[in-house]
Structures are given as structure tokens and as C-alpha cells.
Design a protein around this ligand. Sequence first.
Ligand SMILES: *Cc1c(COP(=O)(O)O)cnc(C)c1O
Length: 406
Amino acid sequence: MATLALLGGRPTKTKPFPAWPQFDDRERQAILAVLDSGVWWRTPGTHTAAFERDFAAYQQARHGVAVTNGTHALEVALLALGIGPGDEVIVPDYTFVATASAVMMTGAVPVLVDVRPDTYCLDCDLTEAAITPRTKAVIAVHMGGHPADLNRLTAIAERHGLLLVEDCAHAHGSQWNGRPVGTFGRAGTFSFQQSKLMTAGEGGLIVTNDDDTERLLRSVHDCGRMPGEWFYSHFIYGSNYRLSEWQGAILAAQLTRLDEQTGRRHANARLLDRLLAEIEGVTPQSLDPRSTRNGQYAYIFHYDGAKFAGVPTKRFIEALAAEGIPNQAAYPPVHALDLFTSGAYRSRLPNLPEPHPSWRGAFPVTDRAAWETYWVPQYALLGDEQDVHEIAAAVRKVQEHAGELQ
Ligand SMILES: *Cc1c(COP(=O)(O)O)cnc(C)c1O
């Protein structure tokens, strides 16, 4: 009888998962082209500008503005939309810190709201209940690549006169009702950090369909300049958030693979949905039928220790990882981060002596998502069907032997 790899047995996974990042001569040629051109920065360059156009076109957006990273994409978007001191911006409690800290950076208060138990995306009822006269915007996070409910969020934004921003850091290539994410609201932000669905190590981009927003995005990201004006005229507050030509050139190469990779991850994830449905105590993030294409930054499933002989989540993760299934740490709840609990947030919000009441709320779904889920990273879904079967087989093996983990 097989022994758990954690206890010295042979791992379930023998064939390695695909490596990440993926690259070939396209990236190599891209770097050399920039090197030989002698133009390594954005302003007079052509590579980053071309990538902005190509990526925006892929997401069916009118405009794309490349920036240094996904955190800055959020900051630049919020600044360009005029968010600042005195404003509130609703963000999910279940996300990477940047979604909330970018709001703080502008001087506005991030108001935290719990997520849905099925998709782990913003709960729209709670979102609507959190709106006050100070609310200016809502940032929806497409968790793990699964779009938030964009039908309801666009309706809520419209009804209350709010700006909707989509944090698409997990969702390159994701579609809602057959349309790519990013332009359902006023702006959509992307990250090209190494773990994301395409990468130059670091990088970010903002898409918008609104011409005025695009002008302001460009200005904020380029020291307050305005396109076409003298180099040393600075009209509004901005900073240097420009992406280098190296990164723009590499990302253009990465983009040539995104569509095929997205299709493969989406298909492999649906196979994994079917296989895990047969295992008690394991509940995958559910797929809304309107989520017609999921970029699948992570495959997230809930783990119920009661069906695994009471083994705690942490031990389950260790056991599954030992079987050769990669694990990406799940996000802790935003409200529990030191930044929010220690008073350190006051460096950005000096007029908020006490934590915002929403930070002290109850977030039962986020708590479960944070402490009771397993995240399979996106590159593990870039393999073949055998890889997917082995993920399910490893979960089954850990369940069968859970008693030995006591
Ligand atoms: C990665 C990420 C960001 C920030 O992107 P960086 O490029 O790492 O700055 C923002 N939001 C979410 C949801 C992310 O996963």
C-alpha cells in the first residue's frame, strides 16, 4: 500500500509540471532588438508603445497605458480618476494587499467588504450596503481569474454614480459573457509580475475605453506631462511610473502565447473540477456560467478537514505539496494585516486616528478562503491531462491516508 510522500513514500507526481516563466527565441530576439537599438527607455521607444496597443486590442479596450507594476497600475488609475483624501473606495477583504494599499496611497480610505462563498469575488449585497456619501469607487478583483459579478457591479456603479475599477492582476484573457475583462468599469489594471499569467519579471498596464481617462493616465504615469506638450511642462501631480523598453519588448513576446495558454488552463481546470467533484471534503471555486473564459491565475479549492480525519489545513498543504503538487500561499485577510491592525496605516491616512469601522467587521467567507483553501498555481494547469489526473490522485491519496497524519 502506498505511503504518503510526507512520511517517506513515493510522491504521486513523477513527471514534472511545466516550468514558469515560459520563453523562447521570441523573448531572446526581443531583448537583443532593444539592446541594439540603443533606446532602452519608454519615451522615445517603440516596443512598450506597441505592446500597449497589442495588449489593449487583445482585451478589446480602446487604450492601454503600461506602467512599472500592478500596484502602480492601481495607484495611477485611482489618481487619474481623481480619488483622494476624504473619499472611500470599496475593496474586497480577500485580495492581495495592493488593492487596498493603493487606495491608501491616494489618501482615500479602503472600505473592506467580504466576498462570496462560491467565487471568492466581491459580495454585491455587502458592497451595496457599504456605500456611503463618501464612496467614490469600487475595485473588483477577479479572484484567481474568475470575474466578479460584472452585471451587478456595473449596475451598482451606475445606480450610485460610482467608478468601477477592475483589478485584473489574475485575469489576463478572462472573459465575462464572452467579453474580455478590464473595460466593464472605467479602468482595468493588470500585473506582469513573475507569477502572473504573462510576465517580464515586473510590469503593469491599465486599460480604459474612456479618452479623457486615458489622457490623465498618461499624464499621471509620466510626471504630470501632457502628450504633445513641451518635455518640461508638468500640468498635474504625477510621478515616473513608466515601463522600460526591455519589459515592453518581452511582454509583446509573452502576449503571443497568452491566448493558447489561457485556453489550455481553462480546459484543464474544468477537467480538474470534474475530478475533484468526486472527492468529499474538497470544493473547487465555482465557475459562474457567465465566466466564459477563466485565465485561471490559480486553481483554488476549499478543504474541509473533517473529511480528512481532522487534519489541519496546514498539514494537508504539506502532505499534498510533498506529493509533488505545487502550492501557492493563499492570501491572508486584508483586515488582519499589520498595516491595518497596528496603526501603521496612519502614515497615509493621518486624519483617520481610529481604524475604519469596516476593518473591524466580520469576514467569515474571507477567513475560510484564507485559512482553508489550497491554491494550485497557474503553470500547473499548463500541462496535459495526465498532470491534471495526478493532482486529483494526490488529493485522493492524502485523503485515504489522512489518519496517518495525526
Ligand atoms: C499581483 C497583484 C497585484 C499587484 O501587482 P504587482 O505587479 O505585484 O505590483 C494587485 N492585485 C492583485 C489581486 C494581485 O494579485
